[in-house]
Design a binder for this molecule. Structure first.
Ligand SMILES: [Fe+2]
Length: 252
């Protein structure tokens, strides 16, 4: 008699059914606002493994004035973490890229080339939360011209997203992939972000999914995350392109 409650029952999320390869996290130690050291990074990785996530990618911020990371600083942090993983007998797939803020420094990085890609020619980018960069159309054009394809991190978190998602058209028209932060669906970042995430998910517009893991609070919320059965069904049915990262063999 209470079948309606059963139908919408919230259940624990089984991440391994759709998030085998995490492609957005801040687990590389000591170089941004994520894990401050290797011990914390290892604890975060162990926690994620308990939630069924087995393939990791560190994507430290590259942000003018705040996180001035370079290929060298990122590979150095990656090597440190690799070494610590070996010492702790943790055998995981760990890759690295970066999360590029579209700010006053981004076009310089683009001009220099040699951007850190998630795979193939795909770069992970974000914009400020409160305003869309005024020159965004030009930046997107220049990303294309330079031969890269952008993945836009967590569109649901941007305050400039409108009710009808029209603001996303300029990204979708350029074949820019949208990446969901999984915690957005649970309301971790707020009700507006949650509503946007469900709206974008319902519209079938997400192509990548990531944890954007920074710290233990994120980990704890991931470990205990529950969602409606129907939302989990949607997540499991989407053709996530995360798998392409695992399958991609870089040319030597
Ligand atoms: Fe991030």
């Amino acid at each position: 008699m209470f079948s309606i409650f059963k139908k919408n029952k919230k259940i624990n999320v089984n991440f391994s059914s759709f998030l085998n390869q995490d492609m957005h996290s801040h687990i590389l130690p000591g170089i941004d606002d994520g894990a401050p050291d290797t011990d914390t990074a290892i604890a975060l990785i162990r926690g994620m493994m308990s939630s069924g996530i087995t393939k990791f990618m560190g994507t430290p911020h590259i942000m003018a004035e705040i996180h001035r990371n370079t290929r060298a600083s990122i590979t150095d942090a990656y090597e440190k973490l690799r070494k610590a993983l070996t010492e702790n007998n943790i055998d995981i797939d760990l890759k690295y890229a970066a999360e590029y803020m579209i700010d006053e420094g981004f076009l310089d990085h683009l001009k220099k080339g040699d951007l850190l890609t998630v795979f193939d020619n795909k770069i992970l980018v974000e914009t400020p939360f409160y305003h869309e960069p005024i020159d965004i159309e030009d930046v997107l054009f220049q990303i294309d011209t330079a031969g890269y394809k952008a993945i836009l991190a967590h569109p649901e978190r941007y305050h400039f997203i409108d009710d009808k998602l029209k603001v996303l058209d300029k990204y979708l028209d350029r074949d820019i992939a949208l990446q969901l932060n999984i915690l957005s669906l649970s309301g971790y970042y707020g009700s507006r972000e949650k509503e946007n995430a469900h709206k974008i998910l319902d519209a079938g517009l997400y192509r990548f999914v990531g944890s954007d893991l920074h710290h233990t609070r994120h980990l704890n919320r991931i470990a205990t995350m529950v969602l409606d059965r129907k939302v989990i069904d949607k997540l499991e049915k989407l053709a996530w392109e995360n798998q392409q990262i695992t399958d991609f063999a870089p040319s030597v």
